[in-house]
Structure formats: structure tokens, C-alpha cells
Design a protein around this ligand. Structure first.
Ligand SMILES: Cc1ncc(COP(=O)(O)O)c(C=O)c1O
Length: 382
């Protein structure tokens, strides 16, 4: 029998059957009324998801495209930017800024740790010329959540500074109310909690950020926010959109609206708590120090076991895809994701398979102990 395949990586994530069906509809022309109707619904759905009254721009790219656009549309050559590193995606902000001649100041936190908001306040006080703070809501490489609300409170006091958030594994997982918190750009990607294949990037842009767009002189062509804003008002995009993905997006946004954002966040909290409880019950340690993300759980590989081996056995023997560690934590951690189209039984299944895998790799384990800890949480009412 053909093996059943399970995807529990922090992107791409599984796509619901209803959404796959929507994406297999015949292609419609992107300037035709049928598409205009779909895009107008998508516009509203994105505003609901990002919790903003402003437009959420859509690009046919992976999430990094919208990250790059957030830099090139708001800054000028030689501008200063503050970047919080401490994982692969914090590093990406610094690399993008550096590529465009932006002067980067980095706050380096150890991998696995979050950042103290006071550190950002200190840097901004020292140099009010800093034009933007770049941060991530959830650092996927370490499984850490960052204190976006508290940092936004600080950045808001600086009229000449933007707060730009990579929320690629945050949006649709936990509460990130763009307008209420005064976030200037919030970036998302389709292949995470939006339950779609890779290929769409999003940027919610505040009024303050639009005023920065006016003066920005960095080169840009495809990722030109102004061009997209002009078109999106007519329910169009500047260039040929990823029509099938937009059809799927319309479905996933409807699913999210139907479930309600609050319930979506609660579901992610419960799945993450169950995963963390299971991991602890197995005598394993979380990699995140203090504020673990509800998108993905990073787990330290037990002594004597390479994290890549755990990933390999799960993939080859159990047909389950999780993620290993990247860069400096390769082999030291492995990551189980629980974002998007994931439910309680996915967690029970992956924990059970993890127990078998660890046993096979020589880790002393009571089979079922992790499953029991997870089930005890999952059995409670939401
Ligand atoms: C937090 C975070 N930022 C940025 C990215 C990059 O997104 P993409 O691979 O879609 O360009 C990812 C992807 O894993 C991510 O998890």
C-alpha cells in the first residue's frame, strides 16, 4: 500500500482539500470581472486577518519578497536600521538591508532567546536617526516568540522610525493586531498559517509607513508598493497575479473568518501547549528559552542523538516531515510545527512517531508517555 504522507514542518504546511479543489478550478483571466470579484473578497479577508483598515498588498513571491519590499519601499541609501537577530530570519533582515546600502545596527540575542524591549529603547535613545526597527514575531529557526506589542510601544514614540515585523509564522497563529499595536509593516507568507502552497507574500502597510514610501529612493521594480496600492484599489494587481493561489487564498480566508480569529489563536495555543507538554513528559528540553512560539516547537536533541537523525528516521520510516535545525543549531535541535491546517490528531500522531523514533535511536523512553501528556491537554474543551 502506498504510504500516507504527513507534513508537520514550519512551512510549507498542509493544504485543506477544499482549498486544493478551489485551486484546481480552470484559470480565469486576471482582468476579467470574475477575478475582480475574488480579489475584492480577498482584500477584505486579508484586512480581517491582519487586523488593519489599510490595504494588505499581495505579491507573487515567497515571503522574502515582501521582506525585501519592506526595506526598498521605506528606506533611502545610507539610512540607519536596527535589526534584532538571534535566528535565521533576523539575519535575513540584516542581509536584505545590507544589500541595499542601508547601515545596519544589529542587536544580537543568543539563538533560543527573545529580546528585552529595553534594549531597543536604549538603542533608539542613543540614535534617534534610526529609521526602522526590523524584527520577527516568531523566529521559526529557534521556535521563539518576540514581544512585538511592547517593542511597538517604544517605537511608536519616534516619529522618524518605523516598526517593521516579519510575521511570516505569526500571522494567523497568535494575535498580532496591526493597527491596535501601531505596527507599520507586517509581512506574511502563504505557506504557513494561511494553509496554502508557497508563492504568495503579503505586506500590511500603515499610514506612517506610506509617508516613508514617499521619500524612499532605494531601487525597486516588481516589489513597488505604490504601484500595487494604485491597482489594489480597483481589485487588481500591477502584474499578472498567481491566479490559482489567489483562488485558494479566498477559500482559506473564508475558513479563517468562519472559525473566527480568536478561535484560530486558541486552537494554535492548545496544539502548541500539548506538543510542549509531550516533549517535557518525554524528558526532552525545549530550545526556546522563556517565550516559545505557538507556531513551531524546537526541541533539543537528547545527548548522543543527532537531531538530523530524528528528522531522517521520521521521514524515512514513518513518512512524516518535520524540520531539523539550521545553521549553528543543525544537528542540535529538531522542530515540530503546529500551524495552519493541523489538528489534535496530527499532534498525537507525530508525538507517537517521535517516541518510536527516539526509542529506535537508543533513547530510553516509556512509549505513550508523551502521547498521554498531549492527550490530557487536547481532551480539554477549547
Ligand atoms: C519567520 C520567517 N521569516 C521569513 C521566512 C522566509 O520566507 P520565504 O521562505 O517564504 O521567503 C520564513 C520561512 O520559513 C520564516 O519562517
Amino acid at each position: 500500500m502506498q504510504k500516507k504522507y504527513y507534513l508537520l514542518a514550519p512551512g510549507p504546511t498542509p493544504v485543506p482539500p477544499k482549498v486544493l479543489a478551489a485551486m484546481s478550478e480552470p484559470i480565469i483571466h486576471h482582468r476579467a470581472p470574475a477575478f475582480v470579484k475574488v480579489f475584492s473578497e480577498v482584500r477584505e479577508g486579508l484586512k480581517y486577518l491582519f487586523q488593519t483598515k489599510n490595504e494588505v498588498l499581495v505579491f507573487a513571491s515567497s515571503g522574502t519578497g515582501a521582506m525585501e519590499g519592506s526595506v526598498t519601499n521605506t528606506l533611502c541609501k545610507g539610512d540607519k536600521a536596527l535589526v534584532v537577530r538571534g535566528g535565521k530570519f533576523g539575519e535575513r533582515w540584516a542581509e536584505i538591508c545590507g544589500s541595499y546600502g542601508v547601515e545596519v545596527r544589529c542587536i544580537d540575542v543568543p539563538w533560543g532567546h527573545s529580546v528585552e524591549p529595553e534594549v531597543i529603547e536604549k538603542e533608539l535613545k542613543k540614535d534617534p536617526e534610526i529609521r526602522a526597527v526590523f524584527i520577527k514575531a516568531s523566529e521559526t529557526s529557534t521556535g521563539v516568540m518576540y514581544p512585538i506589542k511592547e517593542i511597538a510601544e517604544i517605537v511608536k514614540k519616534y516619529d522618524n522610525t518605523l516598526m517593521i515585523v516579519d510575521a511570516i509564522t505569526g500571522i494567523g497563529v497568535f494575535d498580532i493586531p496591526t493597527d491596535d499595536w501601531g505596527l507599520d509593516i507586517v509581512v506574511g507568507g502563504s505557506q504557513k498559517a494561511l494553509m496554502l502552497p508557497p508563492g504568495l507574500a503579503f505586506a500590511a502597510v500603515s499610514d506612517k509607513a506610506w509617508s516613508f514610501v514617499e521619500r524612499s529612493d532605494l531601487p525597486k521594480y516588481y516589489f513597488d508598493f505604490r504601484k500595487e496600492l494604485n491597482k489594489i484599489k480597483d481589485n487588481q494587481s500591477a502584474y499578472t497575479p498567481a491566479v490559482s493561489l489567489i483562488m485558494g487564498l479566498n477559500e482559506t480566508l473564508k475558513m479563517i473568518k468562519e472559525e473566527g480569529l480568536k478561535n484560530v489563536f486558541k486552537r494554535h495555543t492548545r496544539l502548541a501547549e500539548a506538543t510542549r507538554a509531550a516533549v517535557k513528559a518525554l524528558g526532552l528540553e525545549l530550545f526556546a528559552n522563556g517565550t516559545p512560539s505557538n507556531a513551531v516547537t524546537a526541541i533539543k536533541a537528547p545527548d548522543g542523538i543527532n537531531g538530523q537523525e530524528v528528522v531522517k528516521v521520521l521521514r524515512e520510516k514513518h513518512n512524516i516531515t518535520i524540520a531539523g535545525g539550521q545553521s549553528q543549531v543543525k544537528g542540535k535541535i529538531f522542530r515540530i510545527a503546529h500551524l495552519g491546517y493541523v489538528d489534535a490528531y496530527d499532534i498525537i500522531m507525530v508525538i507517537s512517531a517521535l517516541e518510536m523514533t527516539l526509542k529506535e535511536l537508543g533513547y530510553s523512553i516509556d512509549l505513550g508517555k508523551g502521547v498521554k501528556a498531549a492527550a490530557e491537554i487536547l481532551a480539554t474543551e477549547m
